[in-house]
Write a protein of this length. Structure first.
Length: 220
């Protein structure tokens, strides 16, 4: 990613979200992975499940480079908040959050995460999250996201949420095979179909409407 960004990877289970997330993780030299489902520990050098041990690590390694995963207890909001606090203090890193909708709801978000979402770019924090149910993501998150990778989604409420986030051509994703996704970059007004290759790389295979106006005409 060339500039500070907030990206969301959306899709049903088994469509390719985690594969794309792993591809992003491999490129980062200052990586903090919030491994909600404890499925990505193999992507990093250091994995922590205790917030105190995590803080102790960064007391001597804050400058990096480092590639760290924290696997919080889903029942512990305190652990999640502590991890977000560490990321905020570190700055200048890539924060990956797996299954962020397990920590948020349509009308609420932890304050610790809201701070990163709204102000993290001023501290050089790139943030990428995966999400199964975009309808369950807070409106503030959907409005702040500048990059979307949308794998297959079928639920009408989720499609509506993506359209509300100005993701064009999103109704096409219901027909996408596994490992293909709709790519949308608002800043550059780019909409395309991407595909994860067998080696884990990504290739854009078809460019779609260049503007929201043209996208609306195509949908009609």
């Amino acid at each position: 990613m060339k500039s500070v960004t907030t990206a969301v990877i959306v899709g049903m289970k088994g469509t390719g979200k985690s594969t794309l997330l792993r591809g992003m993780a491999r490129k980062a030299t200052r990586l903090f992975l919030l491994d909600t489902m404890r499925e990505h520990g193999g992507e990093v050098e250091d994995v922590y499940t205790d917030a105190h041990a995590l803080s102790a690590f960064f007391q001597t390694n804050a400058r990096g480079p480092w590639r760290v995963a924290f696997q919080p207890d889903l029942r512990s909001q305190t652990q999640f908040d502590a991890a977000c606090g560490v990321v905020w203090e570190l700055g200048n890193c890539l924060l990956l959050i797996d299954e962020v909708d397990l920590w948020t709801a349509a009308g609420q978000m932890p304050d610790s995460l809201y701070q990163i979402l709204m102000l993290g770019r001023h501290r050089g924090i790139n943030m990428v999250c995966t999400c199964r149910r975009p309808a369950n993501m807070p409106l503030s998150w959907r409005s702040q996201a500048d990059t979307w990778a949308v794998f297959r989604v079928l639920c009408g409420a989720d499609i509506d949420a993506l359209e509300a986030a100005s993701v064009p051509c999103v109704r096409r994703v219901a027909e996408l095979p596994r490992f293909q996704f709709l790519w949308r970059r608002h800043e550059e007004d780019v909409t395309a179909i991407g595909e994860i290759q067998p080696d884990g790389s990504v290739r854009l295979i078809k460019r779609l409407a260049a503007t929201m106006a043209r996208a609306a005409r195509e949908e009609a």
